[in-house]
Design a protein. Structure first.
Length: 90
């Protein structure tokens, strides 16, 4: 593995069986969580069925993705770390 674990989560752990989860239909997602500002909503793609105020078809894709890239960079710097042996050998 190239990266240190983000948490001590182990897939298949019995503690997951008691966790609550939510099923969302399309109306809770669109405009639901997609309706939030760029500060709170991640949009992985500019879908055709999204309202114009969300999809912003007038923006080039590289500008449309900019808020997502900035947020991803912040998360990567905060939580994702290379294994020590990789940092030493870099």
């Amino acid at each position: 593995h190239y990266f240190e674990p983000v948490s001590d989560f182990v897939p298949g752990d019995r503690s997951c069986e008691s966790k609550l989860y939510v099923s969302m239909d399309l109306y809770l997602i669109t405009p639901g969580i997609h309706g939030f500002s760029n500060d709170y909503s991640t949009r992985c793609w500019r879908y055709d069925y999204l309202p114009e105020y969300i999809s912003q078809p007038y923006l080039p894709l590289h500008e449309w993705f900019l808020p997502q890239r900035k947020r991803a960079n912040k998360v990567m710097q905060q939580y994702i770390w290379f294994q020590p042996y990789l940092r030493r050998n870099a």
